[in-house]
Design a protein around this ligand. Structure first.
Ligand code: NAD
Ligand code: ZN
Length: 387
């Protein structure tokens, strides 16, 4: 089959690779119909999440069940499903609490035979390096999906792929960001980053009752997208008086909730273009710093942007002084996918309005390059194996 294969940083090509096989009775093989490129893929592409051998990338995908293992009961051949990006058993201590990204059985690299925590790392992810279990991903014609009784969400025919594919990751991620921020009626929510994840967090903030949503991104075309599809107010983080503006918009208090939907990728690749993002010498995340400034005292900072290296100068003094609550992590897709699906099905939210490029899988290399460099006003790329 054809698949987008990561070879080394900056080097992804669409190659012929072996077809996936059922390895466990709870596996299915999925024929991929739509897959997307995520800001998280750029961490691998840029070399900040290291991968030393070739791997098929892609953790955002959906498709048709092609083959089922002997113990698969939840889906059957021919079902059309969206698959959560984290791989989870559904029954361990963490899965039972809705923290499927911490699954104790989906990442053999990190757990002993009894599921005991060996290295304090989390569960598996599709196409996300040997650190996350070394599973091949879904930027491919076919993909093996483990624990198929737990993750896949069956989609009715009346919804198109583009309407639902973001249930795999970024809408539940935006939803997790709002839930972790405990967004409620009357809140003002400041969201750093208007990439795909920030745009989804904006939708989730409105749906959770926010009164005011302020989106911040250095790229004007992405701010325009945010205004256009989500009717938010926007600000440029490079404006000198950014914090004064935020305070003047929030009765001098600061926002109730600040969301980091930027993470380290944008921080690093935009180093030349965006002076505010990161202080590379000090290794300080400018965005977390800005979130702690923009939020009010006793407010909440919710971080879905990915960080994979330690850094100094974490603003712990301000977090203490302002009495802030912070939550970080991989999104709780398994936990929220039904709720998120219902919002789409009932027409309360539209997700495909952020797609700017639909390309055949064979163009994956060009698509990565465009999404990384933010050229051609690219916001979100979906790839179609059969296009
Ligand atoms: P993206 O690169 O398309 O978007 C990042 C945006 O941040 C860009 O538009 C960039 O211009 C903007 N930005 C850069 N510096 C900024 C600043 N100082 N202030 C405001 N905005 C700034 O990526 P994406 O797909 O939207 O993903 C964003 C982050 O979310 C990534 O780190 C990704 O890994 C992460 N993510 C996390 C989860 C999770 O489960 N926690 C899931 C999906 C993605
Ligand atoms: Zn993703």
């Amino acid at each position: 089959m054809k698949a987008a294969v990561f070879h080394k940083p900056g080097d992804i090509s669409v190659d012929n690779v072996e077809d996936p096989k059922i390895l466990h009775p709870e596996d299915i093989i999925l024929k991929v119909t739509t897959t997307a490129i995520c800001g998280s893929d750029l961490h691998i592409y840029d070399g900040f999440v290291p991968q030393l051998r070739d791997e098929v990338l892609g953790h955002e995908f959906m498709g048709i069940v092609e083959e089922t293992g002997a113990q698969v009961k939840h889906v059957k051949k021919g079902d059309r499903v969206v698959v959560p990006f984290t791989i989870a058993c559904g029954s361990c201590f963490f899965c039972q609490q809705g923290y499927h990204p911490s699954c104790m059985h989906s990442n053999p690299e990190h757990y002993g035979p009894e599921g005991d925590l060996l290295k304090g790392k989390g569960g598996g992810m599709f196409g996300y390096t040997d650190l996350y279990g070394g599973y091949n991903g879904g930027q491919a014609e076919y993909v093996r999906v483990p624990f198929a009784n737990v993750g896949p969400k069956i989609i009715p025919d009346e919804l198109t792929d583009d309407q639902v594919v973001f249930l795999t990751d970024i809408f539940p991620t935006g939803w997790s960001a709002a839930k972790w921020g405990k967004v409620k009626g009357g809140d003002t929510v400041v969201i750093f980053g208007s990439g795909p994840v920030g745009l989804m967090a904006q939708k989730a903030a409105w749906l959770n009752g926010a009164e005011r949503v302020i989106a911040i991104d250095p790229l004007e075309y992405r701010r325009a997208k945010a205004r256009d599809v989500n009717k938010v107010e926007t600000l440029d983080p490079n404006e000198d008086d950014l914090m004064e503006k935020i305070y003047s918009m929030t009765k001098g208090r600061g926002a109730d909730v600040a969301i980091d939907a930027v993470g380290m990728e944008a921080s690093r690749t935009f180093l030349e273009k965006v002076k505010t993002v990161i202080n590379a010498e000090k290794g300080t995340s400018k965005v977390i710093e800005m979130c702690t400034q923009a939020v009010r005292r006793n407010g909440i900072v919710s971080v879905v942007g990915v960080y994979a290296s330690p850094y100094d100068n974490f603003p712990i003094h301000r977090i203490f002084d302002k009495g802030l609550i912070m939550q970080f992590g991989q999104a709780q897709t398994h936990m929220y996918i039904d709720q998120c699906f219902e919002l789409v099905r009932s027409g309360k939210v539209t997700l495909d309005d952020i797609i700017t490029h639909r390309l055949p899988l064979s163009k994956a290399s060009e698509a990565y390059d465009m999404f990384k460099h933010k050229t051609d006003d690219c916001v979100k790329v979906v790839l179609k194996p059969e296009m």
